[in-house]
Ligand binder design. Structure first.
Ligand code: FMN
Length: 204
């Protein structure tokens, strides 16, 4: 069964990234009967930040962890399973101070696990979360896909780096950008993103 992992990270009721990502996931599901959407609203249900207990526990094999350490990695283990089971991942975020929402960063900190989603080898690290397609929906006040502000877009290069480290390189970004440039520009940006979602769904 095909699994679509939907990760939304905006805390805003008026989020512009969330509805586009939800729409994309639903359209992909309807194009693939039998597929399921596993939804994580990372803002409404924030994940635990990694802490001393967690960072110690993940360095031990499961059988060497005490009861407290086992509990400390339970959520992360579940998130890793969801990631590994997914064929398609739809991620949405706003550009926040030139990067992703911190709720999404916390998901990344929970799923980047040596031995589970990547491993170290003699020839360097190897990603283990292979064979997935990722769509990133990025909403921003300014324009960062191109032009003078592009070097300030740390969200897309970061997501490509960290997902690439986990073995995921097939990534498309759907920009919803220039939202701060007035209602007309915002409407145009939203329409362009919706059109791209439609195209992706029709090709799925
Ligand atoms: C705290 C904060 C920081 C932001 N930082 C940026 C930024 O660095 N660059 C930018 O273009 N827009 C920035 N914005 C605008 C957001 O990217 C924009 O509102 C976007 O729609 C947020 O995504 P959402 O609608 O899904 O919540 C910021 C907004 C907030 C609230």
């Amino acid at each position: 069964m095909s699994s679509i992992l939907l990760l939304t990270s905006s805390p805003r009721a008026e989020s512009l990234s969330t509805p586009i990502a939800v729409d994309l996931a639903e359209k992909l599901k309807s194009q693939n009967p039998g597929s399921v959407i596993v939804r994580r609203d990372l803002a409404a249900n924030p994940l635990p930040h990694i802490d001393d207990l967690f960072t110690g526990a993940i360095r031990k094999p499961p059988e060497a962890r005490n009861a407290e350490e086992t509990v400390a990695v339970e959520t992360s283990d579940k998130l890793v399973s969801e990631l590994l089971a997914a064929d398609t991942i739809v991620i949405s975020t706003g550009l926040i101070n030139f990067n992703i929402y911190s709720s999404l960063k916390t998901w990344i900190d929970n799923v980047a696990r040596a031995g589970l989603t990547f491993k170290y080898t003699e020839s360097g690290p190897v990603g283990l979360a292979t064979g997935k397609k990722v769509y990133v929906v990025l909403a921003s006040g300014g324009v960062y896909s191109q032009g003078p502000a592009a070097p300030l877009n740390h969200a897309v290069p970061y997501l490509k780096s960290v997902l690439g480290f986990l073995g995921i390189s097939d990534i498309e970004t759907i920009y919803v950008e220039g939202l701060a440039f007035g209602p007309e520009a915002a409407e145009k940006a939203i329409d362009a993103a919706k059109s791209r979602v439609q195209e992706i769904a029709l090709a799925a």
